[in-house]
Design a protein around this ligand. Structure first.
Ligand code: MLT
Ligand code: MN
Ligand code: ZN
Length: 306
């Protein structure tokens, strides 16, 4: 099993088009030691690297595919190594790329929960729009189920866990999320039993997701904000991290405290990094703290073999 990080930034990317925070401005000026990052997505292959699942379809999908030659084999006049799409929620940064994939020569198998399907056919009816192009072959993610496999992606088993976070602003559940609005994915290599927990949006860690994290070889989890009031302090928004579905890394009960308690040997990687987060600055004290704690920061093009 192989995971390729296509986009390691949160919604907006880094640098964000209209943002002049210290990170975005510093990157543009060439004074910040940091990598640019595109919006949130990963791709996963099994024992045959000719077939990949796209997990979340970012607005930056076209650039991400161009940067990933393995996803664009040349076997037919119209071709792709992507065989299916799994959505962890219905947010803009995870679904807008579906528009760019409309030229598919077959209906897209799209795995999502009922509540995400409802958001993507009502508040943001992108799946209905796609019906006028390639069409979709909707596969239902059953929250009570034992998991599922995706045809052609061999030796990989998927399990979806409902997690605390936030559905998109156009969801009727925005202010009172329900199970299925946001998922963590447990991605298991069946032959070895080794798993990766992928959760780009996580505002609290409950028993179920903690159990999955503790038995994973690698966790790839919410790295959006360093502090709860980060966007307020920087002056870009009046919203707190937890309020929009993201557990901050620092402080009491923060993500770093959780990651410290994982078994030795587990790989700990932050993903879905917001452009305001000081960890993007490779010379920052916050980044040094991650290094000291053995926590990595995902980057576009990073490959993980658990
Ligand atoms: C989030 O993760 O909070 C959202 O995706 C932000 C956004 O894209 O607007
Ligand atoms: Mn997001
Ligand atoms: Zn910024």
């Amino acid at each position: 099993m192989k995971i390729r990080v296509l986009g390691s930034a949160a919604g907006g990317g880094f640098p964000q088009w209209n943002c002049n925070c210290a990170n975005c401005a510093g990157y543009r000026a060439g004074t910040l030691r940091a990598r640019a990052r595109t919006q949130s997505s990963i791709a996963v292959s099994g024992s045959d690297e000719a077939s990949w699942v796209l997990v979340n379809a970012s607005p930056d999908i076209s650039a991400q595919l161009q940067a990933s030659p393995a996803l664009q084999p040349n076997r037919a006049i119209r071709d792709s190594a992507l065989v299916a799409i799994i959505l962890v929620d219905g947010q803009v940064d995870h679904t807008t790329g579906l528009y760019m994939l409309r030229e598919s020569v077959r209906p897209w198998p799209i795995w999502c929960t009922d509540s995400t399907y409802a958001d993507l056919t009502r508040g943001n009816p992108i799946l209905g729009v796609l019906a006028h192009y390639c069409g979709i072959d909707r596969r239902r993610i059953d929250l009570a189920g034992a998991g599922f496999t995706v045809d052609a992606v061999v030796d990989v088993r998927w399990r979806a866990l409902p997690v605390a976070s936030k559905p998109a602003p156009y969801s009727p559940n925005r202010d009172s999320p329900i199970d299925g609005d946001n998922l963590a994915l447990v991605i298991e290599e069946e032959s070895t039993g080794r798993s990766v927990v992928y959760a780009p949006g996580l505002s609290a860690i409950d028993e179920r997701v903690w159990a999955a994290m503790q038995s994973a070889a690698c966790v790839l989890v919410d790295g959006t904000f360093w502090t709860d009031d980060e966007m307020i302090r920087v002056g870009v928004s009046g919203k707190r991290a937890r309020e929009i579905g993201h557990l901050p890394q620092s402080g009491s009960g923060g993500m770093l405290e959780w990651l410290d308690r994982l078994p030795t040997g587990a790989r700990k990687i932050l993903i879905h990094i917001n452009n305001t987060n000081p960890i993007l600055d490779e010379a920052s004290v916050e980044r040094a703290e991650l290094t000291r704690r053995g926590v990595e920061v995902a980057w576009d093009g990073m490959e993980i073999r658990p």
